[in-house]
Design a protein around this ligand. Structure first.
Ligand code: T4K
Length: 397
């Protein structure tokens, strides 16, 4: 049985499709250099616990971002847990719902209630005006998210945190290599948290980091990531195991050495998407601020169903039939996931812009392993689906 596109292709002459195309394919970098480092690790038998590659990785990140401290972690989720705990966040903390669920879970895991704020009008980032209205005597902090590697409103949130004496952390999981007002992401708020997960711009298989200019916070979070040990037999703090392994640090270092190549591949992909999606009515691509440094790691399209004549979900289905695994990040929104949905079943009433946005977003494949040819195919399929939107809408339903 032919897929929808195969049937349409007979009418529209779209090229054939072969391998499935994923969102989130890793940027690999120099394999040989990585294997060399792995060889060293196996020869020295220093596999983890603050080894030489970990320290080198931390120093390189500090230098690149211009921050005093990088405390590398097993992943960004544990880094968020540790830093929010070290900062004394408790009671309620305000976060966006338009984020990966880890932002909220890192708080809830410690019995801190994440309260969800809406996005700004016409944007994807947390709305500082709403944040300020949500502050109660139980509020101890704010976690802003630099979604898609684009900074949220750092200055406004910093000012609100200062006025209300709140702690401020930025979830910068997507934003390694990006800047805000010309300054690298990493040095804002009390701390920022990076992710080096496989799908991220720089990857260490699994990994994350707390970056901060606060000496005391850095020291405390270093203790907390290693069970609170300060000497061989001395524990002075409650802690967990948040350590990054040497293999991860080796991958992270190798990845850092290729970031120029990753940015230029991502940027070329972005520009090609921009050119090819522009003529498709009802599909709008996220815009990067060209006055800032960007990692261009995410291609985020917004689907205006009124114009396309076909819902985002059906477009996703049509793409999927062709092996193009576009994602609806971060549908259905943290507030509609558990346990938050049960705790606050009507939270959506305060999040109308987030709810509308979550019906429109479609994230498309990019990264250094995606070819020009593949992007042309993605855009041809999208164009064909939109051209036949009304007919497909009736057929898929
Ligand atoms: N804050 C924010 C804003 C985040 O986005 C994230 C993570 C975090 C915090 C927490 O960071 P970490 O604790 O993870 O360091 C993925 C990632 O697992 C997650 O790290 C990431 N955000 C999120 C945006 O994406 P899924 O559920 O989409 O993963 P999955 O397994 O469906 O992978 C996506 C696609 O990537 C697959 O279709 C195939 C491809 N892929 C994936 C992996 C893991 C590969 O090609 N190779 C791979 O090794 O969450």
């Amino acid at each position: 049985m032919k897929t929808t596109i195969e049937q349409l292709a007979i009418m529209g002459g779209v090229p054939e499709f072969s391998e499935p195309l994923h969102v989130g394919r890793p940027n690999i970098g120099d394999k040989e250099r990585f294997m060399q480092r792995m060889g060293d690790i196996l020869d020295t038998q220093f596999l983890t616990n603050n080894g030489p590659y970990l320290r080198e990785f931390e120093q390189r990140v500090e230098k690149m971002l211009g921050v005093k401290h990088c405390v590398a972690m097993a992943n960004a989720t544990v880094a968020l847990e540790i830093v929010t705990r070290a900062l004394g966040m408790e009671g309620e903390v305000i976060v966006p719902s338009m984020t990966f669920v880890a932002t909220a879970h890192a708080l809830q895991w410690q019995q801190v209630t994440p309260l969800f704020a809406d996005v700004v009008e016409g944007g994807h980032h947390i709305d500082p005006l709403q944040v300020e209205r949500m502050i109660t005597p139980r509020t101890t902090g704010i976690v802003g998210v630099h979604l898609w590697g684009q900074p949220c409103e750092v200055l406004a949130l910093t000012e609100i945190a200062r006025r209300h004496n709140l702690k401020l952390v930025f979830d910068a999981a997507h934003a390694f290599g990006s800047s805000y007002h010309g300054q690298s992401i990493g040095g804002f708020g009390d701390a920022e948290v990076l992710s080096f997960h496989a799908t991220k711009f720089v990857n260490s298989f699994e990994g994350g980091a707390i970056v901060t200019n606060n000496d005391e916070l850095a020291e405390q979070t270093r203790l907390m990531r290693n069970f609170g040990f300060t000497g061989r037999d001395r524990v002075i703090h409650v802690g967990t195991n948040g350590k990054m392994s040497e293999a991860s640090a080796a991958m992270g270092l190798t990845s850092l050495e290729s970031i120029d190549e990753f940015v230029s591949a991502n940027r070329a992909n972005y520009e090609l998407y921009r050119e090819l999606l522009a003529p498709i009515p009802g599909i709008r691509l996220n815009e990067y601020d060209e006055n800032e440094r960007n990692n261009y790691q995410y291609i985020v399209a917004e689907v205006d169903r009124e114009v396309t004549g076909i819902e985002r979900d059906l477009l996703q289905r049509g793409l999927q039939e062709e092996g193009i695994l576009a994602r609806r990040y971060f549908y259905p929104g943290c507030h509609r996931m558990e346990p938050y949905n049960s705790y606050f079943p009507h939270a959506g009433l305060l999040l109308p812009r987030t709810e509308a946005l979550l019906e429109r977003v479609l994230t498309l494949p990019t990264g250094s392993s995606v070819s020009e040819e593949e992007i042309r195919r993605v855009c041809s399929v999208l164009a064909l689906l939109v051209d036949n939107g009304s007919m497909l809408q009736a057929r898929f339903k």
